[in-house]
Design a protein around this ligand. Structure first.
Ligand SMILES: [Zn+2]
Length: 101
C-alpha cells in the first residue's frame, strides 16, 4: 500500500497504529458476509438438525471468508479511512487531512 494518495497526496496511515481499527470494520464485514451466506444456504439448500447441512455451511463459510480476505481487508481499509477523511471537491487547493496531536 502506498504511503500517500498519488492524486491528492493524502497520507494513508494517519498516525502510528492507525490501521488497527480496520480489524473492527473487517469483523463487521465478515459477520455480514456470514449472515448473507447463511441466508443463501437456508434458501437454496436448507438448514436441518437431522443431517449435517449446517456444518457444511460452516465449512463453506470458513473457506469462503478466507478466499475473499484480500478484498475484505482492502474494503475495510477504505471504509475505516472514510470515517476520518471525506472526499473533498477542491482537493487541489486544500491541504490533505491530518490528525493534530
Ligand atoms: Zn486522493
Amino acid at each position: 500500500m502506498p504511503e500517500n494518495c498519488p492524486v491528492c497526496h493524502q497520507k494513508y496511515e494517519m498516525e502510528t497504529g492507525f490501521w488497527y481499527g480496520t480489524g473492527y470494520v473487517s469483523y463487521a464485514l465478515a459477520v455480514a458476509v456470514s449472515v448473507a451466506t447463511f441466508i443463501a444456504w437456508y434458501v437454496l439448500i436448507g438448514i436441518s438438525v437431522d443431517d449435517n447441512r449446517i456444518f457444511y455451511w460452516l465449512g463453506f463459510n470458513c473457506f469462503f471468508l478466507i478466499a475473499i480476505q484480500p478484498w475484505l481487508m482492502r474494503l475495510s481499509r477504505v471504509i475505516y479511512l472514510y470515517f476520518f477523511v471525506r472526499y473533498e471537491d477542491d482537493y487541489e487547493s486544500t491541504k490533505p487531512k491530518e490528525f493534530d496531536a
